[in-house]
Write a protein of this length. Structure first.
Length: 257
């Protein structure tokens, strides 16, 4: 290597410290490189568990017709048993679990299971023309479980608007009758049916979300078992079927894995 080439290689190394010091004297600081921060959008795919509660309104429609003991009595068409008021209202505590799958940037599908510990009660009035019998009764809502699915639209990366639907089963106490000199019960079956709902869920953190939902459930109908009183089987005078529906609003706090 020639002396000129060697000098050309050494000069930049010698001058660089002085150039840097001079730049510092002039108040200039070379920019530091930092990669841009990329904020990842929340992902809704995964399992979750949660707890919550709400309020419910249990409404009853009773269909009654004369029983076999009145089939030949033309005046028995007025035989009736009717609920007094809207049925049962109250609150409930909810446990839930489920899983979601984010299909794309705006669509989420999922399945879930809920168990509700209900705390509601209501009154029933039974009137049986032709027997002459009238009584009041009380019913308590005990628990309800539901299994279903939902389909949601991501209004923002962290907020899901959804519709839901599925199957529910409701358990109640028997109707405890109260009448002068009478203490007995009307047998109430387990009711099963379908529900539809709508709601919204928002992620508060990566793992915590809050969900609110409204549901309407139709439990179909079931035969009531009327008691025998003083040797009189009330089922001979009236055949009664209950057709309950329920509306509820619920809020839950969920942990997403």
């Amino acid at each position: 290597m020639s002396k000129v080439a060697s000098l050309a290689a050494v000069v930049p190394l010698v001058l660089f410290p002085f150039a840097s010091a001079r730049a510092g004297d002039l108040g200039y600081t070379p920019p530091a490189y930092a990669p841009p921060m990329v904020e990842l959008a929340p992902c809704w795919t995964g399992f979750y568990v949660g707890l919550g509660g709400g309020v419910s309104s249990f409404n009853n429609d009773l269909h009654a017709q004369p029983g076999p003991g009145l089939s030949g009595n033309p005046g028995a068409v007025g035989a009736a048993a009717s609920f007094d008021g809207v049925g049962a209202t109250g609150g409930f505590f909810e446990l839930n679990a489920g899983a979601d799958y984010q299909i794309n940037n705006w669509l989420v599908a999922g399945a879930f299971f809920d168990y509700d510990f209900e705390n509601g009660s209501g009154d029933l009035n039974i009137n049986v023309p032709g027997a002459p019998f009238q009584a009041g009764a009380k019913i308590n809502i005990e628990n309800k479980w539901s299994v279903g699915g939902r389909l949601g639209y991501l209004a923002s990366p962290g907020t899901l608007l959804f519709v839901s639907g599925g199957f529910s089963q409701l358990n109640t106490s028997n109707l405890n009758l109260s009448a002068p000199g009478v203490a007995t019960a009307v047998t109430v079956p387990t009711f099963s049916g379908g529900f539809v709902g709508a709601g919204a869920e928002t992620k508060l953190t990566e793992h915590i979300s809050i969900r609110g939902e409204y549901r309407w459930t139709d439990f179909g109908s079931g035969q009531l078992g009327l008691p025998t009183i003083n040797g009189t089987n009330l089922n001979d005078f009236i055949s009664a079927r209950a057709s309950p529906t329920m509306q509820d609003g619920r809020v839950s706090l969920n942990y997403r894995f």
